[in-house]
Design a protein around this ligand. Structure first.
Ligand code: C2E
Ligand code: CA
Ligand code: CA
Ligand code: CA
Length: 279
């Protein structure tokens, strides 16, 4: 290590070492997490704001580590992505999601959408569509009930590969959602370039939508645009009745957030699916 007379650098450097070794330890643990059965999935309902009924759910990966307990996805997803492990874990999530859907299918609407997050790394493998087709066939998951969430960044990193892959997935009957909309690239032209069905407004715009004029203007513009493009819109991170009322008054079709339900286990989700309405 570099010698320095400044104490704070030494602290900083010791802290960096601690962080690096924690990361390495997590990476090692993550390599075994699937076989150790430390991963599981949660589901968070998506609500049709006209009827109050659940019309979909997002699948979210959870890691219960023997060493650290529940670790936030914000901490472990980046490690899975950097190491490439997200490719196999992503497929594991998709399989779990399909099995879960088939378990509760009889409680759900015909056109219920189960939304699974994709990572950019999964795109780069090149044969993503055929791998997904294989998993759907293997599990018996109906393609029309699957939705895949992708981010703007993933589309723009390799637009040609993205166009090819998304067209294949779309032709299979899978619904495609753009996640965290508004936080990535500002070019809007891709909205018509790619075969997208759903746009999810990032929670950072919803948070202050009832009090911040700029956020309200952005949300209103997105709602007007999605309507004219024929996209379904989902507002993310809805936590209050004020936000809900605002969204309803501005003809937002769909929402997701703690106001309706946190992400829950399959068992708890089963009970939510029995409810007439979640509003
Ligand atoms: P995301 O895809 O934007 O997922 C939504 C996040 O918002 C989830 O965090 C969810 O728990 C949280 N959330 C939902 N409603 C509310 C609300 O009302 N208020 C607040 N404050 N938060 C809300 P989570 O589960 O911690 O996941 C974080 C991120 O990790 C996800 O963001 C996604 O990017 C990534 N992730 C999670 N599961 C997977 C997965 O299976 N594959 C991949 N590639 N990424 C995943
Ligand atoms: Ca998502
Ligand atoms: Ca999101
Ligand atoms: Ca996010």
């Amino acid at each position: 290590a570099k010698k320095t007379g400044r104490n704070n650098f030494q602290f900083y450097s010791a802290d960096m070492n601690a962080q690096a070794s924690l990361r390495l330890a997590m990476e090692t643990a993550l390599r075994r997490a699937v076989e150790q059965e430390e991963f599981f999935i949660h589901l968070q309902p998506q609500i049709d704001l006209d009827t109050g009924k659940m019309n979909g759910a997002e699948v979210l990966l959870r890691w219960n580590s023997t060493q650290w307990g529940l670790v936030s996805p914000a901490d472990f997803i980046p490690i899975l992505e950097d190491t490439g492990m997200i490719e196999s874990v992503g497929e594991w999530v998709l399989k779990q999601a399909c099995q879960c859907f088939l378990n509760i299918k009889h409680k759900l609407a015909e056109d219920f959408k189960l939304a699974v997050n994709l990572s950019g790394r999964q795109f780069k493998g090149g044969n993503l569509a055929s791998r997904i087709r294989y998993i759907l066939a293997e599990t018996g998951m109906p393609t029309k009930n699957l939705e895949l969430e992708i981010t703007e960044t993933m589309l723009m990193e390799d637009p040609e590969l993205a166009t090819l892959t998304l067209s294949e997935l779309s032709e299979m009957g899978i619904s495609l959602a753009i996640d965290d909309f508004g936080t990535g690239y500002s070019s809007l032209s891709y909205l018509k370039q790619f075969p997208l069905n759903v746009l999810k407004i990032d929670s950072s715009f919803i948070r202050d939508v009832t009090t911040d004029k700029d956020d309200a203007a952005i949300v209103n513009a997105i709602l007007a645009m999605t309507e004219s493009l024929g996209l379904i819109v989902v507002a993310e991170g809805v936590e209050t009745n004020e936000q809900l009322n605002y969204l309803r008054q501005h003809t937002c079709q769909c929402a997701q957030g703690y106001l309706f339900s946190k992400p829950v286990s399959e068992e708890a989700f089963y009970e939510l699916a029995e409810k007439e309405t979640l509003i």
